[in-house]
Ligand binder design. Structure first.
Ligand SMILES: *Cc1c(COP(=O)(O)O)cnc(C)c1O
Length: 494
C-alpha cells in the first residue's frame, strides 16, 4: 500500500469509524449472532492474489458487524465499561503508524520517556504517593492488562522474598538462589473470595499453584477482606514453615465493587514482611475526583504495587493498565536479563529506563501515545467530569431501585456499578435466582441493553455498570423502564 493509497483508504476508515460512532445506538447492544455465523461468512482459504481494500470494508459491514457486540453502545451496562474515545483511538492509530517497538530506551527514546511522563501524570491525577513517581525509588509502567500487572507483582514479590533472605542472612548468590528455590516450594498468596480470577491464574503461571492461594474471609455485608483473618492466616502459615509471598487486596471488586481496607491490610503485611499488591483495575481511576480519593487510603504507608486500568472507565481504549511499584529494584531484579544482542551504551550507562525489564514480554507497543492523547484532550477537568457522570447516574438508578418494592438493592453504589435483583415475592431462593437469570437473558436478547450477573452468598444479583462516555440520563431511565416491564411480565407469566 503506497502512502497515497493509505491516505485514501485511511480517510475511508476514519469516516467509517465516525459513522459507526454516530449510529451505534441503531444496533442491538448484544450481537445476535449464533456460534459459527461469522465463520460461515468467511472464505475457508486465504486469497492467492491481493485484494482491494474496498472489498474488505464491504465484508466488514456484511460479515463482521452482525457478529459484533457494541461495547460503545450507550446502553452497554455489562461487565465494566471499556471506553474507546476519539482521542484514544487517534493516539492508538499514531502508535500503529509509527510502528515503534519500545522494548529498550534505545529502540525509541520517545516511547520510553513519554511513558515515564504519562505514568507520572497519572500518579499526580490520582494523588498517589511520591515513591511511585519515576524520580522516586519506584515508578510506573503501562502493562497490557491488570492480569499481567498482578503476575508481574507476584514475580517481584517472589524475588524480594528470596533475595531478601539472601541479603538478610548474608548468603552468597548461590545460597540465596537455593533459599529462593526452597521458598518456591511453599510460597503462599493471599486473596479474598472477591479477588479477581487473574490472581489464581497467576498462581498457576508462576508455579506457585492454586493450592497455595489462601482465601481470606470477607465481611459478609460489604464483601471487603477481613484484616484480622489475614493476620491469623499469615501467622499460621509462617509457623508451619511456609513463605507468605504476596497479599492482593482490591479497590473495587469485579463482582460488586467492594473496597478492601487497604490501610489495615497494609499494616498486617508490613508486620509480616509480605508484599502488598492493590488491584484497582476498575475503580482506581475514580481517584481523579478528590471526593473519591478515599479509595487511596493506606497507599501512603505500605502498598508495594498498584494497578488501575484507564482502559476500563477512563476513556482509553483497550489495552492500557498503569502499574506502579514503590521500589523498582525487586521488579527489575526479577525480570531483567541482558543477552548480548540487547547490549547498548544507554542501558550500560544506567541513566535510562528499559521497560522490557518491567513486564513479561520483551516487545512492547507505544501505548503511552493514547493515554497522552486522552489526558491532553480531556484535561483533569474532563476526566473528573466523566467519572462524576457515571457515579451520579448510578446513584440515581440505585434510588429508583430502592424506592420500588419489587426490587432489592444490594448496596448503595459508590462508583458506576449497581447490583440489585427483583424480589420475586413468594418464590423460593433457587426459583427466584432462575427467574432473575431468565429475566437477564430476555433483556439481553432484546438488544435494548446488555447487563451481566454475579453471585453473592449463593444468590444471583444483576450487575448494571454505568460508565460509557455516550451514556446519558435517558439511557439509564430507558434501561430501568425495560427492566421494570420485563420483570412485571416475568412475574405475571409465572
Ligand atoms: C477487570 C478486572 C481485572 C482484569 O482486568 P484485565 O485488564 O482485563 O486483566 C482485574 N481486577 C479487577 C478488580 C477487575 O475488575
Amino acid at each position: 500500500m503506497t502512502p497515497e493509497e493509505f491516505r485514501r483508504y485511511g480517510k475511508q476508515v476514519i469516516d467509517w469509524i465516525a459513522d459507526y460512532q454516530e449510529k451505534v445506538e441503531a444496533y442491538p447492544v448484544l450481537s445476535q449472532a449464533r456460534p459459527g455465523d461469522v465463520l460461515a461468512g468467511l472464505p475457508e482459504h486465504p486469497p492467492e492474489r491481493g485484494e482491494g481494500f474496498e472489498d474488505l470494508l464491504a465484508d466488514l459491514d456484511r460479515v463482521i458487524m452482525p457478529g459484533v457486540t457494541h461495547w460503545q453502545h450507550p446502553s452497554f451496562f455489562a461487565y465494566f465499561p471499556s471506553n474507546a474515545t476519539g482521542p484514544a483511538i487517534l493516539g492508538d492509530l499514531l502508535s500503529a503508524g509509527l510502528g515503534v517497538q519500545g522494548m529498550l530506551w534505545a529502540t525509541s527514546p520517545a516511547c520510553t520517556e513519554l511513558e515515564n511522563r504519562v505514568v507520572d501524570w497519572m500518579a499526580e491525577l490520582l494523588g498517589l504517593p511520591a515513591r511511585f513517581r519515576m524520580a522516586g525509588p519506584g515508578g510506573g509502567v503501562i502493562q497490557d492488562s491488570a492480569s499481567s500487572a498482578c503476575l508481574v507483582a507476584i514475580l517481584a514479590a517472589l524475588h524480594r522474598a528470596g533475595g531478601g533472605t539472601a541479603a538478610r542472612e548474608g548468603l552468597s548468590a548461590q545460597e540465596g538462589l537455593s533459599a529462593r528455590e526452597g521458598l518456591t516450594r511453599r510460597p503462599k498468596l493471599y486473596v479474598s473470595s472477591q479477588t479477581h480470577s487473574s490472581l489464581e491464574k497467576a498462581a498457576r503461571i508462576t508455579g506457585i499453584g492454586a493450592e497455595n492461594v489462601r482465601v481470606v474471609d470477607v465481611d459478609p455485608a460489604t464483601m471487603a477482606m477481613d484484616p484480622a483473618h489475614l493476620d491469623a492466616l499469615l501467622a499460621e502459615d509462617a509457623a508451619a514453615g511456609a513463605t507468605p509471598v504476596m497479599v492482593c487486596s482490591t479497590v473495587g471488586t469485579t463482582s460488586t465493587s467492594a473496597v478492601d481496607p487497604v490501610a489495615a491490610i497494609g499494616e498486617v503485611c508490613a508486620r509480616h514482611g509480605v508484599w502488598l499488591h492493590v488491584d484497582g483495575a476498575y475503580a482506581g481511576v475514580a481517584a481523579v475526583c478528590p471526593e473519591l480519593r478515599w479509595i487511596n487510603d493506606g497507599f501512603e504507608e505500605h502498598v508495594d504495587s498498584y494497578a488501575t486500568n484507564p482502559h476500563k472507565w477512563l476513556l482509553t481504549n483497550f489495552d492500557c493498565t498503569v502499574m506502579w511499584v514503590g521500589d523498582r529494584e525487586p521488579l527489575i531484579g526479577a525480570l531483567s536479563i541482558l543477552p548480548e544482542y540487547l547490549r547498548n551504551a544507554a542501558t550500560a550507562s544506567g541513566e535510562v529506563v528499559d521497560y522490557r525489564d518491567w513486564q513479561i514480554p520483551l516487545g512492547r507497543r507505544f501505548r503511552a501515545l493514547k493515554l497522552w492523547s486522552v489526558i491532553r484532550w480531556y484535561g483533569a477537568e474532563g476526566l473528573r467530569e466523566h467519572v462524576r457522570t457515571g457515579v451520579r447516574l448510578a446513584a440515581e438508578l440505585a434510588g429508583w431501585i430502592s424506592a420500588d418494592p419489587a426490587f432489592e438493592l444490594f448496596e448503595q453504589p459508590r462508583f458506576g456499578l449497581v447490583c440489585f435483583r427483583p424480589r420475586w415475592e413468594g418464590l423460593p431462593d433457587e426459583e427466584a435466582d432462575a427467574a432473575t437469570l431468565a429475566l437477564m437473558e430476555r433483556l439481553n436478547a432484546s438488544g435494548d441493553l446488555y447487563l451481566t450477573h454475579t453471585r453473592i452468598h449463593g444468590r444471583v444479583l444483576l450487575r448494571l455498570a454505568i460508565g460509557g462516555p455516550a451514556t446519558t440520563d435517558a439511557h439509564v431511565q430507558a434501561a430501568w423502564r425495560r427492566i421494570g416491564e420485563e420483570t412485571r411480565a416475568g412475574a405475571a407469566g409465572r
